[in-house]
Design a protein. Structure first.
Length: 185
């Protein structure tokens, strides 16, 4: 029974790994709103000049005559850019904003890539802990497990295991974001 429990909720237990995988996926999927993801998609595939040229084609020839206007079932980066009909002021504004957006969004992309790498490394560490503890279980008695469960319950109930303190994260994320924003203004 202890082995079954360990395989479910231990350091590399199936329930824990599933929860971590879902959590990372939720963070990654919710980092950017859809309209900003579209901009990143375009920036990934096109230069700033190409994006401006495609957007400008919808204003010059009219939306129905744009060479990029393709049926919805063939949605491409070009159709994402060219289907809206932009004003000349909007396109002019984008000329100055695209380089900044590229820098910032590629920074977000690098952070997401780093987070993905951190997830992989974290899961490897958890698997290592799991295997090490699993190999040493034969030295524990039922009494030892019961005592560990009591301590765990008490520590959790008394908020002794605050993640910010436990992992020495320092200031809250909100405080760090405010400092970062102030440093860029």
């Amino acid at each position: 029974m202890i082995d079954q429990s360990f395989d479910l909720v231990g350091p590399y237990g199936s329930e824990r790994i599933s929860a971590l995988e879902k959590s990372f996926k939720i963070i990654i999927e919710n980092t950017l709103p859809v309209h900003i993801k579209i901009i990143l998609k375009c920036l990934n595939e096109k230069t700033d000049e190409q994006i401006i040229d495609i957007a400008r084609s919808s204003t010059v020839k009219g939306k129905t005559y744009s060479k990029y206007n393709i049926k919805d079932e063939n949605l491409t980066t070009e159709t994402l850019i060219s289907n809206p009909k932009y004003t000349k002021e909007f396109i002019q504004s984008w000329k100055s904003h695209l380089p900044i957006l590229r820098e910032v969004l590629f920074g977000v992309k690098r952070n997401i890539q780093d987070m993905h790498q951190v997830k992989i490394e974290l899961l490897q560490y958890l698997k290592s802990i799991h295997e090490h503890l699993n190999n040493s279980f034969n030295t524990f008695s039922k009494f030892d497990f019961a005592e560990m469960a009591k301590i765990s319950t008490k520590a959790d109930a008394e908020n002794l295991l605050d993640p910010n303190e436990l992992y020495e994260l320092g200031a809250s994320s909100t405080d760090q974001i405010e400092l970062l924003v102030k440093s860029h203004t």
